[in-house]
Ligand binder design. Structure first.
Ligand SMILES: *Cc1c(COP(=O)(O)O)cnc(C)c1O
Length: 435
């Protein structure tokens, strides 16, 4: 499969190149040249397929032949080594738990898949690839874990000192091997700015191969379409009119759901559930798209003022506002509403949700008010212990740390402190000459 740039000023390229480069030379996001729906029978019999079989059928058109069939199967088997259970709260609402991976956030699948694709492409290459990533918390942990030990790939993670949770910091700083954590004296935006500057720094990019590992990269974005198929597999025998409520920040996850729908998955509607960073909610009301600086909330993985994947959604709907509106609703909620929802889910359903999942739940409830015949699945994108302070404060019950988290809490933090761009550049250049 070839990919084109959504800025339309760069040549089309292969899956391999798109994964290695991350972004097209004209700074556009890559998008597949074609999307061929799967046969109806695939969805009619999906309950008889394993997660791995579903993944292979759904992803092969995007990946073959540059990754051969058997290699793709291996990559899928290694990526999907944990469960994706649906938990029904009542006959109208379920939650799809996406936090059973090694770092307990939904980004594990994309990070593991991308790491293995890069590892495959780089296996005979003597030149190292450096994955550079800025994180406000979850992305860094998933990427560090996904890429740990992958040959030929170095990972450099920038995180804002003192602004990530203890658990998140341990997930970034204790792994060692090919993972380095740079602790930035600043906020997330400073980390993000340094990363952007590095990609534009020709002195650096002429000497080393840099790539990104956020959802602009197709290998991190596309496998997320599987979640929607996995939920459908578990629910379609019981319910019609399946709707997904997706807690959204950069809109990569919900956009992947729309790709699943393009492949033929019978989805009735999508709800993008937002915190007070409400660019898309406002757009669907007014048709005005106004990116703005992000505001800080308790669902901080969604504190995004200018969602990078929205342009892919526009591509799927050919920028037709009415078609988009018929298929996507969006609601925004405050921190107070989020906390009240966490309490309600706990009291009414004995279920502990994290702040992101709680926003998904609120979106589902809002949609159901107008559409009482739907079955709404909200995505639970992180395990509640990843947001321990808020969760324990709201539901007044101590949470047990799962095994994945306990083991990382015993590790020793190792980070390199930096405060300005020049320190990042010289770190990268030095590291490169020593390899
Ligand atoms: C990244 C993240 C999101 C937002 O996903 P997008 O694909 O950026 O919309 C939601 N919840 C959690 C816990 C996350 O880590």
């Amino acid at each position: 499969m070839n990919y084109y740039s959504l800025n339309h000023k760069a040549p089309n390229t292969t899956f391999k190149n798109a994964v290695i480069k991350g972004l097209a030379p004209d700074r556009g996001l890559y998008f597949p040249e074609s999307i061929t729906p799967l046969p109806k029978s695939f969805f009619e019999n999906i309950d008889k397929l394993t997660y791995q079989e579903i993944a292979f059928e759904a992803l092969k058109q995007f990946v073959l032949p540059e990754i051969p069939k058997d290699e793709l199967k291996r990559i899928i088997n290694e990526t999907l080594s944990f469960d994706f259970p649906v938990v029904e709260l009542n006959k109208n609402i379920s939650t799809l738990e996406l936090f059973h991976g090694p770092t307990m956030a939904f980004k594990d699948v994309g990070a593991r898949f991308m790491a293995r694709c890069l590892g495959y492409f780089n296996k005979d290459n003597r030149e190292q690839v450096t994955v550079l990533v800025a994180t406000s918390g979850d992305t860094g942990g998933a990427v560090a874990n996904g890429f740990l030990g992958v040959k030929g790939v170095n990972v450099v993670i920038l995180y804002p000192s003192g602004k990530v949770s203890d658990i998140q910091e341990k997930q970034l700083t204790t792994l060692g091997q090919n993972i380095t954590a740079l602790e930035v004296d600043g906020v997330f935006d400073d980390c993000q700015d340094m990363v952007k500057r590095a990609f534009l720094d020709e002195d650096l990019t002429s000497k080393m191969q840099l790539t990104s590992a956020n959802s602009i990269n197709i290998a991190r974005w596309l496998p997320q379409l599987l979640y929607f198929m996995f939920a459908y597999k578990q629910l379609y025998n019981q319910y019609d009119n399946i709707v997904f409520s997706v807690p959204s920040g950069n809109f990569g996850n919900v956009c992947a759901g729309m790709m699943a729908q393009q492949l033929g998955l019978p989805v009735k509607h999508f709800v993008a559930s937002n915190n007070e960073n409400n660019v898309v909610t406002t757009y669907l009301k007014t048709e005005n798209y106004n990116p703005k600086p992000s505001v800080q909330t308790i669902s901080n993985a969604m504190d995004v003022g200018n969602p990078s994947n929205f342009i892919r959604i526009q591509e799927i709907y050919k920028s037709d506002f009415e078609t988009l509106k018929n298929n996507l609703s969006s609601f925004s909620f405050t921190d107070e509403e989020t906390k009240a929802a966490m309490k309600e889910i706990y009291n009414n359903h004995h279920y502990v949700a994290d702040p992101h999942g709680a926003i998904g739940y609120l979106g589902a409830k809002f949609y159901l008010k107008e559409n009482p015949n739907a079955h709404c699945v909200f995505l639970e994108t992180a395990h509640p212990v990843k947001f321990l302070d808020v969760v324990e404060d709201v539901i007044k019950e101590e949470q047990k740390l799962p095994r994945q988290i306990q083991s990382v809490m015993n590790g020793k933090k190792v980070s390199i402190k930096i405060s300005e761009y020049n320190e990042l550049a010289s770190y990268l250049l030095n590291k490169n000459t020593h390899n």
